[in-house]
Design a protein around this ligand. Sequence first.
Ligand code: LLP
Length: 430
Amino acid sequence: MTRPKPAIGFHRQDNQLYVDGVALCDIADNFGTPCYVYSAAAITQAVQNLTAALTEPKPKIHYAVKANSNLAVLRLMQRLGVHVDLVSAGEYARACAAGFTPAQMVFSGIGKTDAELREAIANNIGQINAESAPEVKRLIALASEMGARPAVALRINPDSQAGGHAKLSTGSHQTKFGIPLDEAATLYKTMAESGTIQPAGLAVHIGSQIMEMDDFAEAWQKMRGFADALREAGYEVPKLDLGGGIGVNYNDGTTADLKTFAGAITQIFADSPYQLAIEPGRVLVAEAGCLLARVIHTKEGVDKRFIIIDAAMNDLIRPTLYEAYHRIEPVRESVDDADTLPPADIVGPICETGDYLGLARPMPALETGDVLAVRSAGAYSAVMRSNYNSRVMAAEVLVLDGAAHRISKPQTLDDLLGADIIPPALRDET
Ligand code: LLP
């Protein structure tokens, strides 16, 4: 007898929320709350969906590690055959630990230190994306000192206004990112004539949480024109890195239109001589994760309800930092009385009014101990958490082939206190 295959990702059955066939209330019981839960099957499907949507010329997918850098998630990505985009020595170390080779890595970032650049050069990282004239100058100096020839692309700034939120927009001249086109031409020449750098091409990344695919097309069109001009001037421009930024609809968990995204690439780069890459983060992991929290108690306000849970802004800062909306649902659905009750603010225990996960949400009556799932928490959630209010960091769990595995240790108070050092002069014994 074959058992029916469980649904992929988060799904409801018999008034209960499951992930890949595992009941989330069991995960809350077994691993405690707050706790991040990811579905390996949903991540796999997101990678497959994007891969399947891409048409010729197919760009190589470089997963943006910053979205979710847990080693188990990175290992899964490695098994799925994607490459990576990194922005720090820490992400480089994680990518190495997960089994990626330096050749599979693109190193991005506005402020790479000498130590980071040296490490990247010494290990022959596939591509370094430089973001300014001073960085190119430093790269030339380091490369000649080390007797190496790193592959360096220039991240251009196409002066685009795209991005889901002012804090997530990176493509305009008002931001610190990339090199304006007029400056980039001279800089490309400097790289090509340096004798120490292999010009690897161009990169662009206009922002994150982009739903409007025309914004990508506009930036890529500028990039193509600029790349063609460089080639006509006799320079080698082997690769174009088209960046990340594909948005996710946090209201219903769908993604931006991948077909239109892929269609724009095909339209702009068909029959071009370039090897293409993209750097998606969010779209591959956001929907594959949730944050589980338990109700501590509920409090009746003057004209609203507060549901106070054991997760807080230190666990998930997106709602208060970007006014981001995350769906929140009880793991066990009781009688649906949400319509008759006033909306509720779902808040954490931290001493700030900005400490909320959701505002004015229709919610059924909840009791101490009930478990809530804060959805779309696979991207930019655990990676952005902190110890604010001396709260220990939540554990992470990955559901893989129908079994839940702890993939990060819950921090203990010993870990937290053990990280601080009281100087001898302040100790009692001195
Ligand atoms: N490439 C570069 C150079 C980037 O800076 C980023 C994201 C990506 C790729 C991946 O972008 P994605 O496909 O994930 O949109 N903390 C924010 C998001 C910041 C994104 C920063 N850069 C949030 O919680 O929404």
